[in-house]
Design a protein around this ligand. Structure first.
Ligand SMILES: NC(=O)c1ccc[n+]([C@@H]2O[C@H](COP(=O)([O-])OP(=O)(O)OC[C@H]3O[C@@H](n4cnc5c(N)ncnc54)[C@H](OP(=O)(O)O)[C@@H]3O)[C@@H](O)[C@H]2O)c1
Length: 309
């Protein structure tokens, strides 16, 4: 596992052996990210069982050697590792409340969905109640990196949990960033919210730049010519502006998903006593785009919020 860490690794907390050879991995949730991760795991030689609430969305994974199952309990029973990649905390809790009861005692649960530190605590406690290894393990990267095993995994947990999930993270990620702290405190989930506050700010600012240019009759090409190669020119601006200009809003990350994260960021900031004006504006802006029917489009479609009341 390629890792970079925030602090020296703590002493091992368990004598469980590190896994060798292919693992049986359950992937719960085969949306944009979970489907890509299941494919990467299968491509790395693991035995992958995937479950999705809407079964039709999971079935195409069979082409990639993934066993698609109809019942989440069937997916997790006897698995070496369970990866949850569902929309939010309540969805993960609903599925794993029973899932933890049938998981093998030495199995590891990598909770990769973006749920924020508060919900992650509830999930960590659920795992602890069943004596399971648990990792606070959100990921950075979107559809393409998920499909090609190029995600960045942010991971907090015991040495034993990290060792057990090592082959999983090697398959889905190019890098694992070790985050210090107890998984029940959600330190990696906190880092994920910090990262997404930056991503959402870039996305929403790009939409506003494009909307303002349109409203003022400014040719976007002149804007890009002016910033070309300078400090104001970032790849994310180019990528999201291209989606807006081409009208291709095929989702890498949906408006609904971004709205969920904007709310998590605003709530976490409020809970921590810090004021984030942009995050609150992001909730309003993404919410307006979703209400206007763009919820399942790429978050670049927040652009349309500039043209609704
Ligand atoms: N897309 C990205 O760029 C990205 C990057 C990093 C992290 N993430 C995080 O990864 C997670 C998944 O994101 P995604 O982009 O793959 O989203 P997505 O394509 O919208 O998929 C969401 C998944 O959650 C399932 N789900 C939603 N509500 C559920 C419920 N109540 N019970 C059971 N299953 C439920 C969906 O099932 P159905 O198919 O039945 O609706 C689907 O499998 C989210 O936490 C997201 O924030 C996303």
């Amino acid at each position: 596992m390629s890792t970079s860490s925030q602090q020296p690794h703590p002493a091992p907390q368990s004598s469980r052996p590190s896994p060798s050879g292919p693992l049986t991995v359950a992937v719960l949730g085969t949306g944009i990210m979970g489907a890509g991760m299941a494919r990467s795991l299968a491509a790395a030689g693991h035995r992958v069982r995937a479950w999705n609430r809407t079964a039709d969305r999971a079935r195409p994974l069979a082409e990639y050697g993934v066993a698609v199952v109809e019942d989440p309990l069937e997916a997790v029973r006897d698995a070496d590792a369970v990866v949850t990649m569902l929309l939010d905390g309540p969805a993960v809790l609903a599925v794993m409340r029973d899932g933890v009861r049938v998981m093998r005692q030495d199995a590891v649960w990598a909770q990769c969905s973006t749920v924020g530190p508060r919900a992650q605590r509830e999930l960590a406690e659920l795992a602890a109640g069943s004596g399971l290894l648990f990792l606070d393990a959100p990921v950075l990267g979107t559809r393409k990196p998920a499909e090609t095993g190029q995600l960045t995994v942010l991971a907090a947990g015991s040495e034993a949990a990290l060792a057990a999930a090592g082959p999983v993270f090697d398959a889905i990620g190019q890098r694992t960033v070790r985050v210090a702290g107890e998984p029940a405190d959600g330190p990696a989930s906190a880092l994920k919210l910090v990262l997404n506050s930056w991503v959402l700010a870039l996305n929403n600012a790009t939409g506003e730049v494009m909307a303002l240019a349109k409203a003022l009759g400014v040719d976007p090409d002149r804007f890009f010519e002016a910033v070309d190669g300078g400090a104001m020119d970032v790849p994310y601006l180019r990528m999201k502006a291209q989606a807006i200009r081409s009208g291709d809003f095929a989702p890498s990350f949906t408006v609904e998903g971004a709205l969920k994260d904007a709310r998590l960021i605003a709530a976490a900031a409020e809970g921590a006593g810090v004021r984030l004006d942009l995050a609150e504006a992001g909730v309003e802006r993404l919410g307006r785009a979703a209400a206007a029917g763009h919820g399942s489009e790429d978050m670049a479609a927040a652009y349309f919020a500039s043209f609704t009341r």
